[in-house]
Design a protein around this ligand. Structure first.
Ligand code: SF4
Ligand code: SF4
Ligand code: FES
Length: 187
């Protein structure tokens, strides 16, 4: 439903470490009503700048959430294919990982200030609520979860909670449709 083509200004973080001296924010006029953040990024790519780098995978279709598309929308981490665009929004790369270019980060490289932190997190899955959909498995950028069969039903389990240390992105908790996950900082 992309009927409304009224254009609004948004800001997008741009930085190519291989060529740019400093990061900058570009302003674009884009349609927001009826568009996801990812839809807006595709709009920019198609209409203004095919050099804009962002990750796009399953586009959030069906249950196949692939988890490749997190960005920061007004400073809050979110899957860009799952949140609706807002006029005036600012889009930045996910803040916890090293930048590759523009909105693309390397999920294998936690930012130094975060990797050095001795924070630990308690990750709890409410098994009464969990339906085993695997969204958390796909979304967690550091592979904390597995879905296993328990008493005949599929349930999520945080098999590697230590990987979450220093990366309290909350993507799992905020994207579980059944409100089954909590991530609490212990230290
Ligand atoms: S914890 Fe939530 S996201 Fe993960 S498998 Fe269970 S219902 Fe799905
Ligand atoms: S908060 Fe931790 S467990 Fe949850 S998605 Fe982020 S890194 Fe994974
Ligand atoms: S593109 Fe797959 S979750 Fe967003």
């Amino acid at each position: 439903m992309k009927a409304n083509k009224e254009l609004s200004e948004i800001r997008v973080f741009r930085f190519d470490p291989s060529t740019d001296k400093e990061p900058r924010y570009e302003t674009y006029r884009v349609p927001c009503t009826g568009y996801t953040v990812m839809g807006v990024l595709h709009y920019i790519y198609e209409n203004y700048d095919s050099g804009l780098a962002f990750r796009s995978g399953c586009l959030g279709k069906g249950s196949g959430r692939c988890g490749v598309c997190p960005v920061a929308v007004n400073g809050v981490s979110a899957l860009s294919c799952q949140v609706m665009a807002e006029p005036g929004m600012t889009l930045e790369p996910h803040p916890k990982f090293e930048l590759v270019k523009d909105l693309v980060v390397d999920f294998n490289r936690v930012k130094e200030q975060d990797s050095g932190r001795r924070a630990t997190f308690q990750i709890t899955v409410d098994l009464e609520r969990c339906v085993g959909c695997k969204d958390c498995v796909h979304i967690c950028p550091v592979g904390v979860f597995e879905v296993k069969r328990k008493s005949g039903k599929f349930k999520s389990e945080p098999v590697d909670p230590a990987s979450c240390c220093g990366v309290t992105c909350q993507m799992c908790a905020s994207n579980c449709s059944y409100d089954a996950i909590s991530v609490e900082r212990l230290t």
